[in-house]
Design a protein. Sequence first.
Length: 255
Amino acid sequence: MIKQVLAAMAISAFAGSSYADILAQWTFNSPTPDANTSTGSLIPSIGAGTLGPFNGVTNTFSDGRINGGSSDPGTTDNSSLFTTNYASWPFGGGIIFRASTAGYTNITISYDIHHSPTSSRYEAVRYSPDGINMLRIGAWIGDSGDTWFHREINLDPFFWSGSANNSSFAIMIHAEIPSGSQSFLASDPASTFSSTGSWAFDMITISGTPTLVPEGGTFAMFTAGLAACIGTVLRRKRLGLRSRTPFRSYSGGAA
Ligand SMILES: [Ca+2]
Ligand SMILES: [Ca+2]
């Protein structure tokens, strides 16, 4: 067990620090507030990146405060990205956003999404290790209309190769026909899917931890932390405690 702890600490010490930086964030608000939520911006409010619809989906800006609102703290000029026309095949249409993860690992994607009643219930997420191919991570199920959902996905580089330290990193979110079905399902179980249904996005964020080589001070902290950790392991062993199972907030949907 102690050997495992040593290996884990060595990997974490060299792989990255314990804090996360925002690499890109889209609030969709006007850079200069104009008290008009139908105007906004596709340019990140933090960091650098690009974002846009694909496969026939159209976008405008809408009020980010409707139906309880997104997590955007902006109150007077809080826009969201309103998207519609999701009927196209094969990916059902959606949005793609790109930002470099060069120098960063443990990439996390988070966003708020509002499902209208007749929008697609299944919301698939893909990432790109090369800027072109989009590899499916999983799908969220938004089974309630006129509802905001908060999504958060951590891309462990061990499982999601090419997510870390990648200048071509990209994320695709698209409507999806669930496995075993021949058509899209509506978010509201009492409704029928329609191409006029909409998804609205807000607070799209890509964050990560820097990949750093520890210097003198860091190594001293590593050594002190290692001693403390070994002590904790020995105490836990004496008390017969087991490690907690990590909590996973993201679950895959249709295959
Ligand atoms: Ca906003
Ligand atoms: Ca505005």
